[in-house]
Design a protein around this ligand. Structure first.
Ligand SMILES: [Zn+2]
Length: 274
C-alpha cells in the first residue's frame, strides 16, 4: 500500500511554532487599587448613573487581573523587551487623554510568565505559577502598543532557557500568504493557529462602528479567529519574522492586526529598532 500523502504536515508552520513558542509570554496586569482604577476608567469613559449593571460590571473588572500576550522583541546588553497591546488596560486612555508609562505603573503591577515556567507548573515541578515583575517603559495609545522591559540578569535567574527575539520583517506579505499566530489567552499557553493574509491595512472605521480609544493605526486582516487574551500576539511569516501584532477581532470571522508600518514607526520612536 502506498504511504498516504503528507500534505497535512505543515512543516514550515511547525518550524515557526518550535522556533518561537518559547518567545511568547503571558503578561498580567493587576490593579494596585481597584477604586482608583475605576475612577480613572470612569473619567475616561463615563457610564451613565442610571446604568447600574454597567457600574457593577466595571466595579468587578477593576478588581480583576487583566492579561495579554507578549513576545520578545529585543535583547540588548542589559534588558529584554517584550511587546504587547495597550488596550489590555481597559478604558484607561482615549485620544484626548493618552496615558503615560509611568501612569500605567501607578495603576497596575505587571508581571510575566514564560512558557518554560508554565510547563514546570503543569508537570508538577512547581506548585505555583512563578512570575517575574516587568517594567512598563513605553506606551502608544494611538497605535495600541506597549513595551515592557526586564533586566537580563534577573530574567536569566528566573528562567535559563532561550527566549529568542522574534525579528521584525522588512515588508508585509502579499495577499493570500500563509501566516502563523502564536498567543497565550487566559491559561491556554501554546495557542497556535494558521491563516492567510487578506487586506494589509484597513481603516478602524471600516471594521468597527466606534473607536472609543481613538486608535489611529491601520489594521491588517487575516482569516483566523482570536480572542481577548490573544491580543498582543505576533503574526509570523514563513521566514520566521513577525509581520504584525494582534489587535482584535471586532466580532467578525477575521482577526485584525496592528499593521507592520505602524508597529515599525512606533518601535523606531522607542529606539527598539533603527
Ligand atoms: Zn522561559
Amino acid at each position: 500500500m502506498m504511504a498516504p500523502p503528507n500534505a497535512f504536515c505543515n512543516e514550515l508552520e511547525q518550524w515557526v511554532y518550535n522556533e518561537f513558542i518559547g518567545s511568547v509570554v503571558i503578561i498580567e496586569f493587576n490593579p494596585k487599587n481597584s477604586a482608583a482604577l475605576k475612577e480613572l476608567w470612569d473619567s475616561i469613559r463615563p457610564i451613565p448613573d442610571e446604568d447600574e449593571e454597567g457600574h457593577r460590571e466595571r466595579d468587578k473588572l477593576s478588581k480583576e487581573t487583566h492579561s495579554s500576550t507578549g513576545f520578545i522583541v529585543k535583547e540588548s546588553g542589559r534588558y529584554i523587551s517584550v511587546l504587547t497591546c495597550a488596550h489590555v488596560l481597559g478604558p484607561a486612555f482615549k485620544k484626548e487623554k493618552p496615558i503615560t508609562s509611568s501612569k500605567v505603573k501607578e495603576y497596575f503591577v505587571s508581571r510575566i510568565l514564560c512558557d518554560h515556567r508554565e510547563r514546570r507548573y503543569r508537570n508538577g515541578t512547581e506548585t505555583n505559577r512563578e512570575y517575574i515583575e516587568a517594567n512598563v517603559t513605553e506606551i502608544s495609545c494611538e497605535n495600541d502598543l506597549m513595551l515592557l522591559t526586564i533586566s537580563k540578569t534577573i530574567f536569566a535567574n528566573y528562567c535559563n532557557h532561550a527566549h529568542r527575539v522574534i525579528p521584525m520583517a522588512e515588508s508585509y506579505p502579499k495577499a493570500l500568504q500563509k501566516v502563523v499566530l502564536l498567543s497565550w489567552p487566559g491559561y491556554r499557553h501554546r495557542t497556535a493557529v494558521t491563516g492567510e493574509t487578506s487586506h494589509p491595512g484597513r481603516l478602524i472605521s471600516t471594521v468597527s462602528i466606534g473607536n472609543p480609544y481613538g486608535f489611529k493605526m491601520r489594521l491588517a486582516e487575516v482569516n483566523i479567529t482570536s480572542e481577548d487574551g490573544s491580543s498582543g500576539g505576533p503574526l509570523i511569516n514563513g521566514a520566521g519574522e513577525f509581520v504584525a501584532v494582534l489587535h482584535g477581532g471586532y466580532g467578525s470571522g477575521f482577526s485584525f492586526f496592528i499593521c507592520l508600518s505602524d508597529v515599525r514607526k512606533t518601535l523606531t520612536t522607542w529606539g527598539v529598532v533603527h
